[in-house]
Design a protein around this ligand. Structure first.
Ligand SMILES: Nc1ncnc2c1ncn2[C@@H]1O[C@H](COP(=O)(O)OP(=O)(O)OP(=O)(O)O)[C@@H](O)[C@H]1O
Length: 254
């Protein structure tokens, strides 16, 4: 496991964050810290505000109050150019993988490089595409199109496409949703490998407790608009709080 350096500034630091939509009070005093090299899992039922939190971190939504500091900058105060620069350091792995169906895997991976990294030679682009495909174990799919791949493979290519820009932070939104149990385990393993190989710090949003246990250095449980419990997997679930117990029981019974 990569060493977590708690002496450095946190990569993400959120303090007393509030966000409402009209009368719907979604985030009500969220506090969260992600240290360099750490995988933090955010658990919570549907509609508790996990995506809203990620969107605030990425500058896609603004909080009503509180602090959201990413890589040393308060996101809400960044101008458009600064926001674009910081977003290039954040890799998003979306639920639907967001690949271009008409492009081959190679072309899907070349696209962000050509767009965001100037003056790369064809040979350098090839080398980086092949390196990242190898890192996710799918070099053999380089000339295929997404429709020829399984859901798990598409997920891996989506992660590769994010990694090619060498992000410092990875945000995984439901990385194992809709995948069979074996493929889920492979994705969990990949998330851990990404941390080792790319030295990323990550937030992983999931309902999947196996994913949480396998990938999370720390688990943060979102309930009533705040993180009621944070700690290791075992610490978070060692409680008599009925809703946390039932979240655990319900998820592991399925
Ligand atoms: N832009 C918006 N305008 C109004 N309401 C919103 C907006 N974005 C989110 N919400 C509401 O905020 C609440 C939290 O949404 P969010 O998408 O963060 O939930 P979630 O925890 O990610 O759920 P899931 O696990 O189902 O993805 C929901 O009730 C949602 O309808």
């Amino acid at each position: 496991m990569a060493e977590i350096n708690q002496n450095e500034e946190p990569v993400i630091e959120i303090k007393d964050l509030y966000k409402s939509f009209g009368d719907l009070h979604v985030l009500q005093g969220v506090n969260l810290k992600v240290d360099k090299g750490e995988n933090v899992v955010v658990l919570g039922r549907s509609g508790t505000g996990k995506s809203v939190l990620i969107k605030i971190i990425a500058g896609l939504l603004k909080q009503d109050s509180g602090v959201c500091n990413v890589l040393g900058r308060e996101v809400a105060e960044l101008n458009q150019k600064e926001l674009t620069d910081i977003r290039l350091k954040i890799g998003f792995s979306f639920q639907n993988s967001a690949l271009y169906d008409s492009m081959t895997v190679r072309e899907n991976l070349e696209f962000p490089l050509v767009r965001h990294v100037k003056n790369l030679s064809k040979a350098e682009i090839n080398e980086q595409v092949e390196y990242v495909l190898d890192a996710v174990g799918l070099l053999q799919t380089i000339n295929q199109v997404p429709s020829e791949l399984s859901g798990g493979q598409r997920k891996r290519i989506g992660i590769a496409r994010t990694l090619i820009l060498k992000p410092e932070i990875m945000l995984y939104d439901e990385p194992t949703a809709g995948l069979d149990p074996i493929t889920c385990l492979e994705i969990n393993q990949l998330i851990n490998e990404v941390k080792e190989k790319y030295h990323t710090s990550s937030i992983i949003i999931t309902h999947d407790l196996t994913c949480a246990r396998e990938t999370g250095d720390r688990i943060a449980m979102l309930l009533d608009g705040k993180f009621l419990r944070q700690g290791t997997f075992e610490e978070v679930f060692a409680t008599d709080e009925e809703r946390i117990k039932s979240f655990y029981d319900y998820n592991f019974i399925q």
